[in-house]
Structures are given as C-alpha cells and as structure tokens.
Design a binder for this molecule. Structure first.
Ligand code: PEP
Ligand code: MG
Length: 559
C-alpha cells in the first residue's frame, strides 16, 4: 500500500519500477479569459511576446542542430519564422482595434492563420499544431503566466503534468526522465504506454500532483502508486536497491522464454516508431509481437505513400532479420486519431469507426498498406505476420485474411480485443486465420464498459478483472498460436496466469522482458494452470492477484 504517513501522494502505478528525481512541473496551456477587456494599446506588449517566443525557438533550433537532431531543428526554425511573421502581427493589430482583449486577439489571429494553413495542402496543414504551440506560448506571456509545455531538462527529472499529450512526450528528452507523474490519464493511456516503452516508472491519477514543488526531490514508486515529495534517506536507499536489482536482472541470463519445465513462451517487443524498432532489435527479444504501424504516421496530415510505407516496413524487417515480426495494420480512430483518416464526428469514438472498420470508408488505405507490407517482405526476404486491429466477426476476419493473402502475405491473423471476438475466437480462426493476438487494453475497456482513457475507472480497467481473464481463457483454446500484446503481458505474475490460460507468446515494452523471462523460468506450466484456475474463481482483481500469488515463487513476487 502507498505510504501516506510521510506526505506521500498516491495514484495508479504503471509497471513496477521506482526512481528519485527532481520535479519538473509542466504548466498547462493558458487560454484567453472569457470576456477579456479590450486594450487597444497592447500591440507593443504582444509584439515583444512574439519576439521572445521566436528567439526562444531559434535558440532551441540551434541546440537541436548542435546535437544532430536535424529534423527537429528544421521544424523549430520554421516555427520561429511563423512566430515572427509580420502578417500575423498585422491581424493581431486588426483584432485589437476591433475591440478584442490582448490574449483573445492573439488567439483569433492565430486561428485565422491556421484556417488558411489547413486549406493550403498537406505540408502546410502539418504546421497548424506548431502555430498553435506558438499561440499558447505567446498567450501565456501576454497573461503573465508560465509558458506551457516541456522545459529543457538539466538532470534526472520526474516530469509532473496534469496530463501528457503525445506531442509533449515527443518533446521530452526521455534520457533524462526518470519518472512521470500525472493528475489525469489512465493505466493504459498512451502516456503510460510510452513510459513502459522506455521503462520509466509512472504513476497516473495522482490527486494534487500539480501542487508538487518544481525543483524539489520526489520519489515515484510505480509498484505501489506512491509519489513522495522530499523522500527520506531510507526511501532513497530502497529505491536505489530496487533499481540495482532490476539492472542486475536485465543483465542476467537471457535467451528464449521458457517455463521452468521447458514450455516455450516467446518473449517479444511492442514497437511503434522506427527508432523503437532499432532499439528493440539490439536487445535480447525473440522478435516483435506488435508493430503499431499507426504510430509511424500520428503526425501526418496526408496518407503515407506506398513507397514511404515500403521503406519503413523494410527497415524494421531488416533490423529483425530472421526473428518474428508481427505487424498490425493501421489502428486509427478513438485514442489514436490520424489526420488523414477522416471519420465523421462521433458520439462514442471508441465504439465507432476505428481499427479495421476504417477500411469500410477508406478501402484504399488498407490496400496500400498490405501492398507495402508485401513489397517490403519481398525486398528483405522477411516473412512478416500481419494482423488487423478491432476484428469483431468471422466475416471481418475472412475478408481481411483473403485480402492480405491476395496481396501476397502468407501469415495472417487478427487482434482479439473485442469481447465478441474472444467469445467466438474459434469461429474467427475457422474463417481463415493463422494466429490471434489478445489486445488486453481494449479487451478490458470493452469487457468492463470502461473508457481506457478514463483514469477514474482504473479499478475497472485492471486486466486482472476475472471477466477479462475469462475472455482470455475463451480465446486460449483455439488451435493456432495465441499471443498477448496488451499491457497485461508485462506484469510478471499476470504473464504466468496468461500462460496458464493457453497463451504462448507475450509481447511487451522490451524493458519488461527480463522480469517476465525470470518469472517464467521459476514456474512450471502446471503451476501456471493452477494460478489461472485460482484467478478465474476470484470476484475482483485484487482477489485474482492474491489467488495467483499463493502459487508463486517468492523471488517472482518481489519483482
Ligand atoms: C490493446 O488494445 O491491448 C493493444 C495492444 O492495442 P492498443 O493499445 O494499441 O490499442
Ligand atoms: Mg487495441
């Protein structure tokens, strides 16, 4: 349990690590106040704010160029130019003269420019986000508030934010981030997934996190969910000991995953970007169990071409050589919107046109992607496994399998992340699948009717929910390979339960692999089955965890 006697805050931990670092608090973007009074004399003040923001962007561009991050430097230079655009300032003056308040005038002028950019073709449309970032910085200065977003980190830092947007995470120097604490977000939100990817201890849903003092020391414990300001020496030592033990585990015996009695359980990596893939390829993993291809294109305004996609996939196949690579076709929509996949406004996007369903409206996207995967396989000699997200019915499985095979891909599967697919997994497989992979993040959200982004429902979103385990059990009996590629796979104890339910590959953030490998090596298959049976009999996640733990090796429980 979190230690709340020492002024610790508590939230929902993601993963099992712990760290101590300096709190860096990210200020949220300030909005112009409603009914802001007019101030026709504010022009010079606003000009100064734009100048200061442009100068800061130029400074960051120079330092990015100095570190060899050429693309980042170019984007920052381009953004600095926009911040210094006289046309933009002329519109601000017009809005001031028309009676808008200073921050409101900045907002209106920028939105006017954004509308023009958005209508000027894909390249310029991509600059809208950058221009809005300039607006947020200028508005903050005009209102005398701290600038939003990501400050430069000087040393090991615990990043504290209300919530982290993917763009914030991208701007962070992750090599200096030792912990992440957010007030909002959920355990399967993308911030949490990125934290796992980089093995950064993370605690979400921490009430009062924004009250942490910037610059002070803070300890983050992802196992207990405790966030302790000014940790005492004893806690610092404990955290240090745990970090050393994890590092030792990571350096210990590797190789393929096996239970204590020799059942093979493949240990695979989840990757999103090409950099992720390069990093994972250098590690002791048996391949990729989930290549989230949509992550490659999250910041794209226009659809990637056949050539661009072929090159990207070929790079990943080459990096992994003979090792297995499971590619997921674009999972656009809901929590992963892609600008070039246009779906009409939806009341409930998680229940809407997402995943494979987007190909009903945009069949050309799937056709191009399958052709690119086949071309990349041909070019590199790889034999990728290709699966579709959000498959719900045997008909969808049949159509996808037929289309993928017609494109020249020979190993075709589906994600099982909708309860209907889990319950009818045998029928899906009979429709022509070679394998299935359980996406426990979405499976939990849909089984429990709890939005995965709604951190207030973290208890329902726990993959130890017995109902979720029962859906895994229903899937685990099919006669083709069954894997898990959701976050559940990286919890060592839960991984054992999944194996007991019939799962034979586990895909996770690579940093989690050593602990899961260790847990498998200490547990035989019969024990995994007993753990699974006991967990299925429970009525709550805590009871399921407790029931499985009774069979576990003490060293596994200490991970
Ligand atoms: C899942 O839903 O478990 C999954 C692996 O896919 P994503 O998290 O990308 O939706
Ligand atoms: Mg999913």
């Amino acid at each position: 349990m979190p230690d709340t006697t020492s002024g610790a805050l508590s939230g929902v931990g993601v993963g099992t690590g712990a760290a101590v670092g300096t709190a860096v608090v990210l200020a949220p973007a300030a909005r112009p106040p409603a009914g802001e009074p007019a101030d026709p004399t504010a022009g010079p003040r606003i000009r100064e704010a734009f100048d200061a923001v442009a100068a800061e962007l130029r400074r960051r561009a120079e330092s990015a160029a100095g570190t060899g991050a050429g693309t980042t430097a170019d984007v920052l230079q381009a953004t600095a130019l926009m911040a210094a655009d006289p046309g933009l300032l002329a519109v601000v003056d017009q809005r001031l003269a028309a009676g808008s308040g200073p921050a409101t005038a900045v907002d209106e002028a920028v939105e006017q420019f954004c509308a023009v950019l958005a209508a000027s073709g894909p390249y310029l449309a991509e600059r809208v986000t950058d221009l809005r970032d300039v607006r947020d910085r200028v508005v903050a200065r005009v209102l005398g508030l701290p600038e939003p977003g990501v400050p430069q980190l000087d040393g090991p830092s615990v990043v504290v934010a209300r919530d982290l947007a993917p763009a914030d995470t991208a701007a962070l120097d992750l090599s200096l981030v030792v912990g992440i604490v957010t007030e909002l977000g959920g355990p399967t939100s993308h911030t949490a997934i990125i934290a796992a990817q980089f093995d950064i201890p993370c605690v979400v849903r921490v009430a009062g996190a924004m009250g942490l003092t910037a610059g002070s020391a803070v300890a983050v414990d992802a196992r207990t969910g405790a966030v302790t300001p000014e940790p005492p020496a004893s806690l610092r030592e404990e955290v240090e000991a745990r970090r050393a033990a994890r590092a030792a585990l990571a350096a210990s015996a590797g190789g393929p995953g096996r239970t204590a009695d020799g059942t093979a359980v493949q240990l695979l990596a989840n990757v999103g970007t090409l950099e992720d893939a390069d990093r994972a390829a250098a590690l002791d993993v048996e391949g990729v169990g989930l290549f989230r291809t949509e992550v490659l294109f999250l910041d794209r305004a226009s659809a990637p071409t056949l050539q661009e996609q072929t090159d990207a996939y070929a790079r990943v196949f080459t990096a992994f050589g003979d090792r297995k690579v499971v590619v997921r076709t674009l999972d656009a929509g809901a929590d992963k919107p892609l600008a070039f996949v246009d779906v009409a406004a939806e009341e409930n996007p998680a229940l809407g046109v997402r995943g494979l369903r987007t190909s009903r409206r945009h069949p050309e996207l799937l056709a191009t992607q399958l052709a690119a995967l086949a071309a990349a396989a041909e070019r590199t000699g790889a034999q990728p496994w290709v699966m579709a997200p959000m498959v719900s019915t045997p008909d969808e499985a049949r159509q996808f399998a037929a289309q993928a095979r017609a494109a020249g891909l020979s190993t075709v599967g589906a994600m099982v992340e909708v309860p209907a697919a889990a319950l009818r997994a045998r029928r899906l497989v009979a429709a022509g699948l070679d394998f299935v992979s359980l996406g426990t993040n979405d499976l939990t959200q849909y089984a429990m009717a709890a939005d995965r982004l709604e951190g207030d429902l973290a208890d329902l979103l726990d993959p130890w929910q017995p109902a979720v385990l029962q859906l895994v059990q229903a899937t685990g009996t099919v006669e083709v390979p069954v894997g898990v590629c959701g976050e559940a796979a990286r919890d060592p104890l839960l991984a054992l339960v999944l194996v007991g339910l019939g799962v034979r590959s586990l895909s996770m953030a690579p940093a989690a692999v050593p602990a899961v490998r260790f847990a498998l090596s200490r547990t035989d298959l019969g024990t995994c089955t007993k753990m699974a049976d006991a967990a299925l009999e429970a009525d709550s996640p805590d009871d399921a965890r407790g029931a499985a733990a009774r069979f576990a090796d003490a060293d596994v429980l200490a991970l």
